[in-house]
Design a protein. Sequence first.
Length: 110
Amino acid sequence: MNSHTPPSQLDGFFLRLRLGKWEQGPGGTGYCVARITGVENESSTRNSKTSIAVNVGGVKCLVESQYISNHDFTKDELMAWWGATLKGGGNIPSEEDLRLKVKEMKMLGV
């Protein structure tokens, strides 16, 4: 991800998120697919940081950049996200929605 892209413009994009250590067994990576839902800025007298709000399988949380992978999703991670999203009553983006996001990514230089 290009660190110069304002996080507020990333709503609706997906990222690969590290949730834990590598799991044992086939396909266990410790990573999952998360959908960006917003941004939260936190500042104090010592420092300022931006957390990204995501939805992971129906659970909303804030993550910091050190937990975001710069590698592509694996097929197993995408299938796990798909299953968890449907099970949780969430919506899978349409093909048209995904095409618009790809176009938007190119415009942002992401």
